[in-house]
Design a protein around this ligand. Structure first.
Ligand SMILES: [Zn+2]
Ligand SMILES: [Zn+2]
Length: 78
């Protein structure tokens, strides 16, 4: 099974943000109902949420890389 690990933008209530937002995290379209993007969760297709969501996307990226490496290590250990 192919495992995917990605950064998922979230709202303050931890729901997924799939709205178009400005770099500031504010919704691009005020009528979209988006309350604003406040955090970024690292989600693995096998393990679900990895650790705590990050408030800055740049900080979530290394967690994706790290978790990907853990999977790679687990595969080669077999
Ligand atoms: Zn949103
Ligand atoms: Zn995983």
């Amino acid at each position: 099974m192919r495992i995917t690990i990605r950064v998922e933008p979230r709202h303050a209530d931890n729901s997924t943000c799939e709205h178009a937002v400005k770099p500031s995290g504010k919704p691009r379209d005020p009528a979209s109902g988006c309350p604003g993007r406040t955090q970024f969760a690292v989600v693995c297709s096998e393990h679900g949420d990895i650790a705590q969501p990050h408030h800055v996307k740049q900080l979530a990226e290394p967690a994706v890389t790290k978790h990907r490496q853990e999977h790679r290590a687990a595969l080669t250990a077999r």
